[in-house]
Design a protein around this ligand. Sequence first.
Ligand SMILES: NC(=O)c1ccc[n+]([C@@H]2O[C@H](COP(=O)([O-])OP(=O)(O)OC[C@H]3O[C@@H](n4cnc5c(N)ncnc54)[C@H](O)[C@@H]3O)[C@@H](O)[C@H]2O)c1
Ligand SMILES: [Zn+2]
Length: 372
Amino acid sequence: MTTVSVSLAGRSYDILIGPGLIDRVGDLSAGLLPSRRVIVVTDETVAPLYGARVYEAFKKAGIAATLAILPAGESSKAFESFGELMNALLDQRPDRKTTLVALGGGVVGDLTGFAAATLLRGVDFIQIPTTLLAQVDSSVGGKTGINTRHGKNLIGAFYQPKLVLADTDVLDTLPKRELLAGYAEVAKYGLIDDPDFWTWCETNGAAVLSGDAAKRTYAIEQSCRAKARIVVADERETTDLRALLNLGHTFGHALEAETGFGPDLLHGEAVGAGMAMAFDLSAALGLCPAPDAVRVRKHLAAIGLPVRLRSIGGDNYRSWDAGKLIEHMRGDKKAEAGKLTFILARGIGKAFVSRDVKEADLHRLLDQAIAA
Ligand SMILES: NC(=O)c1ccc[n+]([C@@H]2O[C@H](COP(=O)([O-])OP(=O)(O)OC[C@H]3O[C@@H](n4cnc5c(N)ncnc54)[C@H](O)[C@@H]3O)[C@@H](O)[C@H]2O)c1
Ligand SMILES: [Zn+2]
């Protein structure tokens, strides 16, 4: 088991990474719980796979656990579903010392974290992320939230968990496509500020995906360390530092918006394509050596991510339009006063924030990406 510590004044916590951890959650968390009572929030896919094991692990440690099960998928982050979850939690008569446990992917984690931030004005929570994306990204850093008809994650709170348990074994049941989507966020950390990790990914990415336990642990550890480093320095995204985590996301969100945030394009897939485009744009603007941009696109494609716009959407192939993509970028909540923010790079591991990309350059890059 590997430990990554997130040091935030008064709110520090550990991320434990390794195989078989869910069967030890009772023992590993017992010392942190304000009372011997937890409510495990999970979804209909994860509950039959791991619900009973988590329940037993708490029981073995003398901790009373009950379950709250949500439908799987992004729709559970809807405002209405949040209301239903809160009432279901209150039906169980929790008190301020009850701890919520998020067992699932980023959807369960974001929703449960926000529930914990607001239930009885705040109870503790523990993250047991079960997707690669949740293990390397959404479970770390304390962003919690839900969706409204105005967009994703527009209501939420910065609320840190007391513990994160990333069990590498649970990734074995994750659909390959979900695993790959999470891998895009892993590779992202190399591209932001760790060229050695990117080179490691080029060599070992395939083994991470095919199930090599030691390499999985290493990839998750490096990712959590990178994210923790950035979160500790800029917890609430008040400087440009935390914004670097959005590498690939301005492009990615536009692609997701165009494909309806649905099954045609998963978030991590959009980020993969978006990172390739961010490096292409950096190279086109003369900021980044062209061979670096080629390397990025090559590795992401080789690992199986859909980096060409043409390959996205399958049978539902839609004709992309640069103008429409730019409109989506302007609608993103991260666009400040209509100004587009991009994470560009001076090379692999040298990402920086740019707010002065000219629309004509962006348009040209998008046209090229659509035609490629
Ligand atoms: N808070 C943050 O900082 C942050 C960062 C990135 C993304 N997010 C959020 O995360 C969400 C996406 O998370 P996600 O990609 O984990 O999606 P998800 O939670 O929808 O999980 C994907 C699918 O995999 C299933 N699943 C989960 N674990 C499984 C397992 N071990 N075996 C088999 N199936 C399993 C789920 O039931 C679901 O159907 C989005 O809502 C996004 O906004 C938040
Ligand atoms: Zn992301």
